[in-house]
Design a protein around this ligand. Structure first.
Ligand SMILES: *Cc1c(COP(=O)(O)O)cnc(C)c1O
Length: 388
């Protein structure tokens, strides 16, 4: 019997190695991996350039405290700010740490301005911002909060796409609105560009901060470095994680100058965050991501995947309800519970993962080959054909 705490319904499969878009199981089978550690391995498995970069750094220095200057961290922060709205970056190890830091910074900002009651964060019901006590109550899904009361106060909620509900929920105590630019776990729900622009306007008008959680949809996943770029807006705070380390655990919170001024030595900290080994992975991911044509290729492949999935939907309109997503963050929304469908894909050697609302998530590596996308489509079509 497994000695691992029983918090996951694990598939009965384990892997010994991976290469690019493929994983090899302990019993010698080869799988097309469109999970990629849930949008984490943005360059696929065992990427040669990532291996080399980490290896090189591992021989020099792994970890030093943030009590000292870490040049690799300075470099990655600078590169991220050059490619985004942000002026400053704080490094951590995971998504929840990044979203939690975003919440802390929003509160601190108004605290320092003398508006001490302006400390509430407005979020979307059934969103996903992580599994800490604060972030589960920010996400507000019953599945995640049940049994973990007392409630962490300070969060208000509105429903996805409910514009009136959003306006009503803003009070004098609202410090920030925090939403995922594209909802991941919630079912690959894209916030349309005009709504993001509307959100920015409301935040400006009410003088509150806009936090866009790009832990899943950021770092190239949507076909741009950040998903908010599609709407041509600038947020105030952006937590990131999943893709930035290419498989090495890194989280970070990005902030603009206005907001950053509230943080002083001692305001926040992290033992492991931004250590040289992690930063070598992050810098290597940046090297690849900003090679000419990389991001436009993600967008192109994403469009191809989504349009081909829509063709399959047309053939099987009773199985597939909707194809959702942007770039290579794609969801196949089914009419029925998606568990059986995912298991059939697995039998046919395609790995996928579920999201809310009967969604099958397709998360290929960002450097996936077109032939691999075609292979996935073949398997998906076969499963549609055989599942009725
Ligand atoms: C995965 C995720 C998180 C949490 O990240 P962890 O590294 O699991 O803590 C937060 N926000 C979003 C949008 C995510 O997809």
């Amino acid at each position: 019997m497994s000695k691992i705490l029983n918090t996951y319904n694990r598939k009965k499969i384990a892997f010994t190695k991976g290469k690019g878009s493929f994983l090899y199981s302990t019993n010698g089978k080869k799988y097309l991996d469109f999970v990629q550690g849930i949008a984490v391995n943005c360059l696929g498995h065992s990427n040669d350039y990532l291996i080399k970069s980490i290896y090189k750094q591992s021989k020099k220095l792994w970890h030093v405290s943030n009590a000292f200057i870490i040049p690799e961290q300075e470099r990655l922060a600078k590169r991220i700010t050059q490619k985004s709205f942000a002026d400053f970056v704080f490094f951590q190890n995971s998504g929840l740490e990044a979203t939690e830091a975003a919440i802390k910074i929003a509160r601190k900002y108004f605290h320092n301005k003398g508006q001490k009651n302006k400390n509430r964060i407005l979020c979307i019901n059934n969103s996903f911002h992580g599994r800490s006590l604060a972030t589960i109550f920010a996400s507000n899904s019953k599945k995640m909060t049940e049994g973990f009361y007392p409630k962490v106060p300070g969060f208000d909620h509105f429903n996805f796409a409910d514009h009136q509900g959003l306006e009503k929920a803003i009070t004098k105590k609202t410090a920030a609105i925090m939403v995922e630019t594209i909802m991941g776990e919630g079912g690959i729900k894209v916030i349309p560009d005009f709504c993001l622009q509307g959100l920015r306007k409301i935040c400006n008008k009410k003088k509150i901060l806009l936090i866009l959680d790009e832990v899943q949809c950021g770092i190239g996943r949507s076909g741009k470095f950040f998903a908010y770029e599609h709407a041509k807006i600038k947020p105030d705070i952006v937590p990131i994680a999943k893709g930035i380390g290419g498989g090495f655990p890194i989280g970070a919170v990005l902030v603009n100058k206005k907001v950053a001024s509230c943080m002083k030595p001692g305001s926040h900290g992290s033992t492991f965050g931004g250590n040289p080994l992690a930063m070598s992975a992050g810098n290597a991911v940046m090297d690849v991501m900003f090679k000419k044509g990389f991001l436009s290729n993600v967008a192109k492949n994403g469009k191809f995947l989504i349009s081909e999935l829509n063709k399959i939907k047309k053939k099987y309109p009773k199985i597939i309800k909707e194809v959702r997503g942007r770039g290579l963050l794609v969801g196949l929304c089914l009419y029925k519970d998606q568990t059986k469908f995912i298991n059939k894909l697995l039998e046919n050697k395609l790995l996928t993962v579920k999201a809310a609302e009967n969604v099958v998530r397709l998360l290929p590596p960002l450097n996936v080959k077109k032939s691999e996308i075609k292979l996935s489509l073949k398997i998906i079509e076969k499963v549609c054909k055989n599942i009725i």
